[in-house]
Design a protein around this ligand. Structure first.
Ligand code: NAP
Length: 290
């Protein structure tokens, strides 16, 4: 029997848990968590991601700040902003929304963020700590997926997981988390990418597939065996003239045809997406406790 992994419902549950924790912190004389977001330019995708992060903060009782820059901001101006946020004791954590304009080095900006406030978990220190299994900020999407596996009590121990994609923010950390020691980890992981020769054969052997390549409906029903757990990370905007917004999000998985073969599957939208924001809130709460 296929079971849908409802990321939206799970995220609502966790939001309530976080809101309760915030109430508890305040009742005990603690400080209200404060997340800041830095947004450069006015890219539609980035605008809406940041807007939903700010909204989520309000919902759980966090303070939030939005720092905006025009797309012609210089690298030095942005670095100065990062330094300011690093030393602002009211800000517990902050993110710089990517992508940045081409004239600004994302690497430089990311490395300038104080790792203790790096709630996106993109700083090399946090990535290094994650690899060593030390306490750290883990990037939001992989952390959200791990949380879904946990909440749905999905066995990963000894399973063969295929992760399609090796990006620094999704595929790579995902493959490390799944292969770590521990409950809801302990999987044997194969990482696939654009140079992988026998992707279909590998997928057919997988008990768990995490598709994070950004190619709409890439994973087809004939590429998976019966009973596979499918996590669809892909979110590609495609034109949809019939909709109010004029576009719709399409995942990396041919959901309709694969779903009947799966044991568990995440939909797009309403699967991994809502969990990404939850991770950011969880990381901010963690930053408060540091
Ligand atoms: P990315 O940086 O573009 O990385 C894509 C990865 O997929 C690369 O490693 C690439 O291989 C690999 N790939 C591309 N075509 C392939 C193919 N035909 N076969 C096998 N591997 C292939 O993307 P990303 O940032 O990881 O994001 C992936 C997707 O997840 C995107 O659709 C993105 O929008 C979505 N996403 C969603 C959330 C969410 O909250 N739901 C969060 C983050 C990202 P190479 O390394 O060889 O180029």
């Amino acid at each position: 029997m296929m079971q849908l992994i409802d990321g939206k419902a799970t995220s609502q549950t966790i939001k309530q848990e976080i809101a309760d924790e915030v109430k508890h912190i305040i009742a005990n004389g603690g400080k209200r968590p404060h997340l800041a977001a830095v947004l450069v330019g006015n890219d539609g995708g980035s605008e809406s991601y940041v807007a939903s992060k700010v909204k989520a903060c309000e919902e759980v009782g966090f303070n939030s700040s939005l720092v905006r820059f025009n797309s012609d901001v210089t690298e030095n101006e942005l670095l100065a902003c990062v330094q300011k946020l690093n030393v602002d004791s009211d800000i517990d954590g902050f993110i710089v929304q990517l992508p940045l304009p081409a004239h600004i080095s994302e690497e430089k900006i990311t490395e300038a963020i104080d790792p203790r406030k790096d709630v996106d978990g993109f700083h090399p220190v946090n990535l290094g700590k994650m690899i060593l299994g030390m306490p750290c900020f883990i990037s939001a999407t992989p952390q959200g997926i791990m949380e879904l596996l946990k909440r749905y009590n999905i066995e990963t121990k000894g399973k063969h997981a295929v992760v399609i994609g090796r990006s620094n923010i999704v595929g790579r950390p995902m493959s490390i988390l799944l292969s770590q020691k521990g409950v809801f980890a302990d999987a044997t992981v194969t990482v696939c990418h654009s140079r992988t020769a026998n992707l279909k054969e590998l997928c057919l052997e997988a008990d768990i597939i995490v598709a994070a390549l950004g190619k709409p409906k890439f994973l087809k029903a004939d590429m998976v065996k019966q009973g596979t757990v499918i996590i669809d990370v892909g979110t590609t905007r495609v034109d949809a003239p019939d909709t109010k917004r004029g576009w719709q999000l399409i995942g990396d998985v041919d959901f309709e045809n694969i779903a009947p073969k799966c044991s568990y599957i995440t939909p797009v939208p309403g699967g991994v997406g809502p969990m990404t924001i939850i991770s950011l809130l969880q990381n901010t709460l963690k930053a408060v406790k540091l």
